[in-house]
Design a protein around this ligand. Sequence first.
Ligand code: IVH
Length: 682
Amino acid sequence: MTTQEDMIALVAELNRHAHAYYVLDNPSIPDAEYDRLFKQLQAWEAAHPEWAQADSPTKRVGGVPLPEFSQVQHSVPMLSLNNGFSDEDIENFDRRVKEGLDQFHAEYAVDLKFDGLAISLRYENGILTQAATRGDGATGEDVTANIRTIDVIPLRLFGAVVPQVLEVRGEVLMFKQDFQNLNARQRAAGQKEFANPRNAAAGSLRQLDSRITAQRSLRFFAYGIGDLQGAPMPPSQAALLDWYVTLGLPVCDKRAVVQDAAGLLEFFRNIGLQRAGLPYDIDGVVYKLNQFDLQQKLGFVSRAPRFAIAHKFPAEEALTTLEEIEVQVGRTGAITPVARLAPVFVGGVTVTNATLHNEDEVRRKDIRIGDTVIVRRAGDVIPEVVAHVPERRPADAREFVMPQACPVCGSPIERPEEEAIARCSGGWQRCKAQKKGALIHFASRRAMDIEGLGEQLVEQLVEKNIINTPADLYKLGVAKLAALERMAEKSAQNILSALAASKQNVNLARFIYALGIRHVGESTAKALARHFGKLEAVQAASAEELLQVEDIGPVVAASISAFFADPINCEMVEQLRAAGIALKEGEGERDNTPQVFAGKTVVLTGTLPTLTRDAAAGMIEKAGGKVSSSVSKKTSLVVAGSDAGSKLAKAQELGVAVIDEAQFLSLLQPVQTEQDPLENEA
Ligand code: IVH
């Protein structure tokens, strides 16, 4: 029999684990154990609803639909921030702050400007009682039921002493990966996709049915405070956020305390470099004078504080007109519609071209020539046309028609019915666009790695008919190269050395990859090299034999067969070999990792103490092995971590060798033991 005390203790325990999992990213118990405790709590609550706790994690599962959102009066208004864009804007801000304070020095708490929705969370005696959107700053919408479904938001604050009232201000957002997953699900269900993570977060939070919100993986970062009663106010912004951490509130760790304009600008640049790699979108950084008493001294102008400013990145989306849609021909003949745009400044550069991906995308987004379109350029990503603005469509807007002939070589464009991509049928021999693409790919770092042989050089070599096939590269002489634009004797020499070096010790996998066979990426090339060992064997393989290679299906097999069935391709391979390319055959890798797992199938199970699963799998493959997800008689070895379950049992049952991470790592040491450790474990 349970008591109410048991239930309270279980709720506290589950909340602790959830905090470790969601906020600290450091799970304290396995998922299965969490689920078991959770079910236990549900059962107790069903038996004793009168004991149910307000902060029970079971309350996160969305309840019944709300009729509509009721209004919430903010006790302390939710203001906005002034924006700055240039270094000068920020220097002026810093100067005004110092003038206002009549001092020569200023200390700032700096953090990220999250691209989500501002939310105010009201905790009374530590319990989350109300959550409201910003609304117009004075009145917001009550979204408490939906906010309760967000796992990172504590339903009860941590710590023995909590304030009577605490209003936490922060941002609800959706991580990029969760956004991608959500859109994939929406697509699969034939439902509307969201334009960006911010919209997805807003749409998810404003659901009348919190069961939908519960399925949406929302996050939250706290950055400010509204009302506070029954506890002393921390002295500074930095101290406030430190306090929040102890209360179990999620606070982003990319924050700092810096001095003066120089410190602000350094933080801005530093975050700018990290931006693309962050798991969530930010649109800038926020600078706040650190000490609260000094903040008060400066006060507010209209609806924004004098003591804070948002330093924004250049916008990543902008409107412009789509003047024409042309097509571009890729290395494998793929035809990509490209938007020619009226020049527009977006993501920090002027953009005049953007990809439209393929014909179906143009139709799906209903993009027409003459439309006003939203162009997006994030980080180093290729600019793309996101959508058109329906209200601004001119009467004479034209639909895009896929051309019948390749704009470069005139060969017919074909599009097999089941494929999204139309292709030029000319092949690399007839189509210069494909030829250039094939040469650039051949020379690229992960293929033959010919340093200095880039796009501009290839462009000239092909246009001047100096080069016809990759094999011709090896016939180049100094005089021919040095005569080209932007080339001199020295740079020509360098290219020739790079070409000579690229012939030495090429491993088979790289060579196969360099051939640019459609659907054959690096990992397929490796699998082919491993399976067949010699180039001749790959060339001679029938489609049936190719299907025996791991991860090769009918489409890839057909593509490889078709490539080697074409005499033009075979001749090119012949010429390359005649040019003196020294293939290192019978090996999967060029680097010198000992091939301790060659021919072995390894299964990973459980949580390894230091390695992620991807890292361990990568190391196995590098050492010549294959990673499999299930244990069978063919399994050579199982690497087991903590909480290994049925796979470990199966391995023991079948007598398959089992090792731990330390043993695994020692196998990969450059110095090998005399015995093959894989053969003698059992
Ligand atoms: S502080 C007095 N800090 O930006 C203003 N705001 O324009 C208090 N935002 O509506 C806001 N990240 O939605 C602050 N680290 C951050 C922020 C942040 C995003 C948003 C917030 C607010 C808007 C202000």
